[in-house]
Design a protein around this ligand. Structure first.
Ligand code: SF4
Ligand code: SF4
Length: 88
C-alpha cells in the first residue's frame, strides 16, 4: 500500500526531497502529501525513506491504497522508466 502523511505532520519539509519517485509534494494549502500513484513503498530499498526520516512519525501506511508486492514492483518499474525519460 502507498504511504500517506497524517495530521501529526509539523510541516518541517524534510521528506519532500527524500523520495526517489518524487511522490511527496506540497499542496496548495501548504500541507505535505504523498501521491499514491507514485509511492511504491520503496519496495526496491531496505527501508521506506520518507518514513525513516520523519521526526514525528507522520508518514504511515495508507489503508485506502493497498497493493500487492507484484503491483508495487510494476509501479516501481514504471516510475523509474519515467524518471529515466525525464533526464537529459
Ligand atoms: S514510501 Fe518511499 S516511495 Fe513512498 S513516498 Fe515514501 S519515499 Fe516515496
Ligand atoms: S518529514 Fe514528517 S513532519 Fe516533516 S513534512 Fe514530512 S511528514 Fe511532515
Amino acid at each position: 500500500m502507498a504511504y500517506h502523511i497524517v495530521a501529526d505532520c509539523i510541516t518541517c519539509g524534510i521528506c519532500i526531497n527524500k523520495c526517489a519517485n518524487q511522490a511527496v509534494y506540497l499542496t496548495a494549502d501548504e500541507c505535505y502529501a504523498i501521491d499514491p500513484c507514485r509511492c511504491t513503498e520503496c519496495i526496491d530499498l531496505p527501508k521506506r525513506r520518507c518514513h525513516a526520516i520523519c521526526p514525528v512519525g507522520a508518514i504511515q501506511p495508507d489503508p485506502a491504497h493497498r497493493e500487492t508486492a507484484a503491483q508495487l514492483w510494476a509501479k516501481q518499474r514504471t516510475r523509474r522508466s519515467n524518471v529515466a525519460l525525464d533526464q537529459p
